[in-house]
Structures are given as C-alpha cells and as structure tokens.
Design a protein around this ligand. Structure first.
Ligand code: NAD
Length: 494
C-alpha cells in the first residue's frame, strides 16, 4: 500500500491494517506468555489505534534463549555473507519505507517527513555497518621468533537494546546494526508508547536473511519487560537510551552481572551565538535545533546562549519564525508534530508553568494546545523563555519539548561557563565567523559532539554520545562497533 493509501485508510477507520502485536522471537510472532496486551495511542488525536503485547519475564527468557542460539549461528556466518545480508536489510528497509514511516509517524506523533528521515538514516546505518562487517581485523604483534602473536576482535555475544519513544527506529538501528555487523545477536525492548516499528523491522531483517533468533523483540513496560532483560546474565552488553533516572537504575541493575553498558541519556545542549555571527543563520539554526521533533530530542539545542549585542535582532527573527510555525497531526504534513504521550505533555507544561510562576518571561507559546484542524491530540505551543539566569530550573533541567531557554552573555569566558553550566554534556553548537574562536570553544566546551555554524551537521558516520550525566559510550561511526566487540590476544609458541 502507498503512503497516501495507508493515511486515507487510517483517517477513515482509526487504525491501520496488519499492525504486528505479538513479541517477535526466534523468527516468528509468538503470543505473550501471560496473554496480556496494552493499547497504543495516536498522539495526534489522543485515540487508541492498536494493541500490542505486555511482555513479561517469561517472554524475555524465551527471547534471550532464542538469542543465545541465534548468536551461535550468526557468529560463525562468514563476514562477507553477513555484509551481503545487512545490505539486503537496508534494501528492504527502503522498500518498506512508506509503511514504516506512516506507522512511525502515527505511533510517535512526529511528522511524516521526520519519520521518513529516520527510516532513511536507518537504512544508511545498515549500509554503513555492512561495509564494516569484513573489516574487523586484529593485528599481528612481534614477540620475537619463538612466538606468533596476534589479536582478534570477537563479538561480545547476546546484546540487549532498550529504546526510547522519540526516535524508535533510528535509535534501535544505531544499536542493532553495529551489533549484527560484529556478529552479536540482539533482544530489543521498545518504549511502551512506540512498539510497532521494532516488531516490523525484526521481521524484515529475518526476511532479508538474518537467521531466526538473531534479532528478537519483546514489547511491554520497563519494569515488566525491560528490567528482566537487562539483568539476564546471558546478556553481555546493554545499550540503554533514555532518561538519566532510568539509566542510573539500569547501571545499578547490571552491576552484579558485570555486563557491558552504553548509556545514551538526556541533554540540555547549548547553541552559543557570538556577536559576529550571522543573525539569520542563528535564528534559523536555533529554530530547528529546538522545534525539530517537537523538541523531543536528547541533543536538541534547548538553550540559546547569545551575546547581548545580537540578542534583540536574533529574537525578533526567531519570534517571527516561531509564530509562523504550524503544528498539527504528523500525517497531515505540519512543521511540527505532537507530544508523544499525555503524561509527557503534562511534564512539559509543568516546567513552563513553574517558570512563569517564578517570573520568567515567556516570549511566545507557553500552553498546551490541540490539532487546529480537529481540536484533538497532545500538542504544546512552540515556546521561548527569555533572559534566564544560569541557576534557573528551565536552564538546568531537561524539558524534552518545544521549549527554548535563552541566556545572554557579554564575554567569551562567560559564554563558556554558561555552555558548561549544567550536569549534561551531549551536544553544542557554536555560531561565529571567527575560526580561532570557533576552534577554541569547540575544544573547551564539554560535549560529545560540537558543530560550528550548522547545529544539525553530521550524520551516521560520526560518533555520537555524551559526557557527564548525558552518559558514556559512543554509537554511530566506526566507534559504534567498539561496544559489540572484545579484543582477544592469542599467542602460538613455535
Ligand atoms: P525512559 O528512561 O523513561 O525510558 C527509556 C526506555 O527504558 C523505555 O523503553 C522504558 O520502557 C525502559 N525502561 C524503563 N524502566 C526500565 C527498567 N527498570 N529497566 C530497563 N528498562 C527500563 O526514557 P523516555 O522517557 O522513554 O525517553 C526520553 C529520555 O531519553 C530523555 O531523557 C532523552 O534525553 C533520552 N534520550 C537520549 C538519547 C541519546 O542518544 N542520548 C536519545 C533519545 C532519548
């Protein structure tokens, strides 16, 4: 079915045909052991449109057992063959892009264009890591003539992937693509509000030639399905993407098994704009940095740290753009989609309401809203909070919505102190025409990735990850393979 046909079907019936609902284990959809299901909601209408399994420890046990068997097969599959299969995964993902993008937009609330972007970058991830499959070489080491010594990079084994709801497809694939390239197997636990694309992709991978059992998906809540997965002693690496609080809990939970861990957590990333920066480029950059995906991005530019000399001009341009922004149901092609859940919408509103109550200036937005066409759904107005102090909660706390916090500075030293002034350190953007200053700032700002004069520059080829409470470990790029391989040293006395 084309995207248009799927969208018409959805608006006519309130659901989509052929949505998967059972855990995907050992190459088949298997009803959950306890037989319980949960409802899935369209954030653009606030109505339920499907059900999916509320998986439990029994399903997780089944999935990990299947992944242990899958690992034995996949590890011994020749790298060149794994490469060909992963290329086929990319091809199938592109072939199914219409279906996947419509489901993703509906399930998450993001715009259809954003959903296509995620599917496309996920296909690129499979292609990129397919190319690495047959290049995971070791090195030979000279111990003298009596010994032949070399290293080999080996897959770690069964890996677990705990995925959040803001980028259900691309966050999943940036974990499983390198894991599969390295020869690992995987069990995935998608977020409880966005279960479908993980199930669809697992089925698609097996269709592409990945052996049954190598990729398994158990849907359900974090407590019922996520916790038993990360603590299963057969799991050798956990890749967790989500909030700081849950990430800290997962870190504690995996400690007794000494399981490897990648933590991709929250952020409060600054876009630092100097007096010599192009005001239009800053306004445009800040607009997309905070309003893409309705601000529900770990690396969103949620703070605009701006020199006093250009503050007024940039704010005028940014306000004009923000007031012209059209939000609405993701499938109707708006500039900005919905907030993923009613609970998260209330969290965003709480942050802004408290800011207003303590006297923060709300330049625009600042309220819950509905789809202008239907009067339904979970939306938040694009919001700008101006001239905040470094200690304000709206500066220090991750809001994870379309809410920009503006901070004003007078000197480069002050800008750096403001940029590094939260417990997060995920991303940063620097806007200046002075290359020396750009490089000086890029070196001194605490973040996993720094962009200059283009906030979202980058791609799957560059490593991504945080410092401090934004987590540790790197995904994407060749560094993304490190978590899924172990180096073994081998000597042969001759
Ligand atoms: P969350 O921590 O509530 O949930 C994330 C996942 O963890 C979900 O699948 C959930 O079911 C699961 N989970 C919950 N309790 C668990 C437990 N005890 N054991 C195992 N799994 C458990 O986060 P969220 O609200 O879904 O996502 C938003 C957060 O994710 C934000 O803080 C955002 O910054 C962060 N995030 C970070 C990145 C990154 O790459 N750094 C990317 C996307 C999102």
């Amino acid at each position: 079915m084309s995207a248009d046909a799927l969208i018409s079907t959805y608006f006519a019936t309130g659901t989509l045909p052929d949505l998967p609902r059972d855990p995907y284990i050992g190459g088949a959809f298997v009803p959950p052991a306890k037989g319980a299901y949960m409802e899935s909601f369209d954030p653009g209408t606030a109505s339920a449109f499907g059900t999916f399994a509320a998986g439990t420890a029994e399903d997780v046990d089944h999935a990990v057992t299947s992944a242990v068997a899958g690992f034995a097969l996949w590890r011994d599959t020749a790298p060149a063959k794994r490469c060909a299969i992963l290329m086929d995964c990319a091809r199938l993902l592109r072939a199914e892009a219409d279906h996947l993008a419509v489901v993703e937009s509906l399930d998450s609330g993001k715009t259809l264009a954003e959903a296509y972007g995620d599917i496309n970058s996920s296909a690129r991830l499979f292609e990129y890591y397919a190319g690495a499959t047959d290049k995971l070489d070791g090195r030979s080491v000279n111990l003298g003539n009596d010994n032949a010594a070399f290293t080999s990079r080996e897959p770690v084994g069964v890996t677990a992937h705990i995925v959040p709801w803001n980028y259900p497809t691309s966050t999943l694939v940036r974990g499983i693509a390198p894991a599969l390239a390295a020869g690992c197997s995987a069990v995935v636990k998608p977020a409880e509000t966005t279960p479908y694309t993980a199930l669809m992709i697992a089925e698609l991978l097996i269709r592409a030639g990945v052996p049954a059992g190598v990729v398994n998906v158990v849907t359900g809540t974090g407590v019922e399905a996520g916790a038993p997965l990360v603590t299963d002693p057969r799991v050798r690496h956990v890749t967790f993407t989500g909030s700081v609080a849950t990430g800290v809990g997962v870190m504690q939970a995996v400690a007794p098994n000494v399981t490897g861990l990648t933590l991709e957590l929250g952020g409060k990333s600054p876009l630092v704009a100097f007096a010599d920066a192009d005001p239009e480029a800053v306004a445009e950059g800040a607009y997309w940095a905070i309003f893409s995906n309705a601000g529900q991005i770990c690396s969103a530019g949620s703070r605009l740290v701006i020199h006093r000399a250009i503050h007024a001009e940039v704010m005028e341009r940014l306000l004009a753009k923000t007031r012209a922004l059209r939000f609405g149901h993701g499938l109707r092609g708006p500039d900005m989609g919905a907030i993923n859940s009613e609970r998260h919408l209330a969290t965003i509103a709480g942050h802004v309401d408290r800011a207003r109550a303590r006297g923060v200036e709300v330049l625009t937005g600042g309220a819950i809203a509905q789809d202008p066409e239907t009067g339904k759904g979970w939306f938040y107005q694009p919001t700008i909070l101006d001239n905040l102090s470094p200690q304000d909660d709206a500066v220090l706390k991750e809001i994870f919505g379309p809410v920009l916090a503006v901070q004003i500075f007078d000197s480069e030293e002050e800008s750096l102190a403001l940029a590094n002034g939260t417990e997060f350190a995920l991303a940063a953007g620097i806007y200046t025409r002075d290359l020396s200053r750009a490089l000086r700032m890029a070196r001194r700002v605490d973040a996993g990735q720094v962009t200059v004069n283009d906030y979202w520059a980058g791609g799957i080829e560059l490593p991504f990850g945080g410092n401090r409470k934004s987590g540790f470990g790197r995904e994407k790029g060749l560094e993304g393979l490190d978590a899924y391989t172990r180096t073994k040293a081998i000597t042969l006395a001759v």
